[in-house]
Design a protein around this ligand. Structure first.
Ligand code: XMP
Length: 326
């Protein structure tokens, strides 16, 4: 029967057969799919695998640490970290158009990954070896979808930062190709990955870069990270992580409104909460979160995050609104 234990054993066997004594690389995005794919391949071939994490500086609080520390602790994988925060900040300076942001982030990501790839290949070559395999966390629904092309669904340019262009110099290793998301999560749990990685809700490849409406700056990222961490912590504390598909937290960086805090007048930014329920992200409804939870999130964000004096709730379904604001 098709149990998680069988999936792991079977895939480990297959990966060993495919890769033999060769070397492989795998990009980690912080998301579930790339982490589970990498953990499976690590289980199969150990140090023949090098994982690459490009830190673009657009992840949420704690997420870079989850890859750099927790993933490594759980799997023992060899990890190459590329701190590319400056590259991305420079490339995004002055940019406000959503599609342009997405394209820049996608382009810089590929460049950064290729630079790491080149360094790893040079190391391997120095040891008389070649890197022949690229691991990707492609799932069954991705396989089906790409057969049909993006078509009408292509409303925003989409990058999955874990997934990379098919580079013809590599042979692909795709151990999750037959699996659905829930199966991937149980494989991840079986491989000992922490719940924060395995149960993570969907998060876009371009990260917080498309959740700041306006130019992306270091200060704005800092502010949004704090607001987002509060909203996520409260959602988790209320036990609603499973019920809510995802809850983007968005900073309206170019909007300011008047507030009163303490004895003074403030002129601060609004934070938008965008909790949605969905089956597949193609359509979505706004989540009817309990008022007490919304009140707690609002109080905490306005009290704890400097520069924010208003929290608003997005009550739009998809369509007409997309889940992300950009
Ligand atoms: P929208 O905003 O189009 O989002 O309703 C649908 C789902 O896709 C996620 N999303 C992305 N995921 N790369 C990703 O891997 C992206 O560029 C990207 N853009 C949006 C979004 O969070 C939602 O789950």
């Amino acid at each position: 029967d098709w149990t998680t234990g069988n999936i792991v054993e079977e895939q480990v066997e297959r990966i060993r057969e495919q890769v033999g004594t060769g070397r492989a690389i795998c990009g980690l995005s912080g998301g579930v799919d790339s982490a589970v794919a990498a953990a499976l391949v690590q289980r199969a071939i150990g140090d023949q695998l090098t994982c690459v994490f490009v830190n673009h500086g657009l992840l949420r609080e704690g997420e870079a640490e989850q890859v750099e520390r927790d993933f490594v602790a759980a799997t023992g994988a060899k990890l190459h970290i590329a701190d590319e925060r400056e590259r991305f900040m420079n490339a995004l300076a002055g940019v406000t158009d959503p599609e342009t942001k997405r394209k820049i982030i996608g382009r810089e990501f590929i460049r950064a990954f290729e630079a790491s790839e080149a360094a790893i290949m040079a190391d391997a070559a120095a040891e008389g070896d070649k890197v022949k395999f690229l691991v990707q966390g492609t799932l069954y629904p991705d396989v089906v979808e790409s057969g049909g092309g993006e078509g009408a669904a292509n409303i925003k340019s989409h990058h999955n930062v874990g997934g990379l262009p098919e580079d013809l110099q590599f042979e692909l290793v795709e151990p999750l190709r037959a699996l659905f998301k829930d199966e991937v999560r149980s494989v991840g749990a079986q491989l000992g990955l922490p719940a924060e990685i395995v149960q993570r809700q969907p998060f876009p490849g371009p990260g917080l870069g498309i959740r700041i409406i306006g130019e992306v700056t270091e200060e704005r990222l800092e502010l949004l990270r704090k607001a987002d961490a509060i909203a996520r912590a409260e959602l988790t504390a209320a036990g609603l992580d499973r019920e809510v598909w995802q809850m983007p937290v968005v900073l309206l960086a170019d909007v300011r409104s008047v507030g009163v805090q303490g004895d003074g007048r403030t002129y601060g930014h609004p934070i938008v909460l965008r909790p949605v329920s969905s089956e597949d992200a193609m359509t979505a409804d706004w989540s009817r979160l309990p008022y007490e939870l919304l009140a707690r999130i609002s109080n905490r964000i306005t009290n704890e995050v400097d520069g924010v004096n208003r929290v608003v709730l997005d009550v739009t379904s998809k369509p007409p609104g997309t889940i992300e604001w950009e």
